[in-house]
Design a protein around this ligand. Sequence first.
Ligand SMILES: [Zn+2]
Length: 165
Amino acid sequence: MSTIISRELLEKAVRLHGHLGPFLVLGLKMSLLAKKILGRKPSRCEIATISRKPYLCAVDGIKVVIGNAVTAKEDDGLSAKFSAEGKEIVFRAKKNLVKKYAEGPWKKCEEYAHEVMKSDDEWLFMQNVGRVVRTKSVDWTVSRTQASRIFRVDISPIPARTDKN
Ligand SMILES: [Zn+2]
């Protein structure tokens, strides 16, 4: 399933951030998914990523959806923990995609953004949907079963783009 970003929300994000890129859209999608799964707008988000652009572009995407209560900590990859009323959920973007989008040429920025927009959530994120937790400390690791499933997904080649431009 692909999380739909309304045109209005996307335009607002681009206005706030200054340009359209894949990490901005990843931030939007993570937040919209968190909102849907938690059943309300998350009150807080902690993003863990490499503390420079383009990774940090995701922060603005998250802010557009949940407001300014976003903190960042250093980590490799890109993940975000959302909290709402004592419940938490973590999304982690697939490693191969983070690498592709971070290392791709600047001129592909908008093309990548559209790719993220059209992509299924399952294709973008390792998703702990079943693991909405109520504790303050979140287990950032995944179970062995999840890991093997994710690993298979992770190492498969990136599907060809299906749009016809
Ligand atoms: Zn940016």
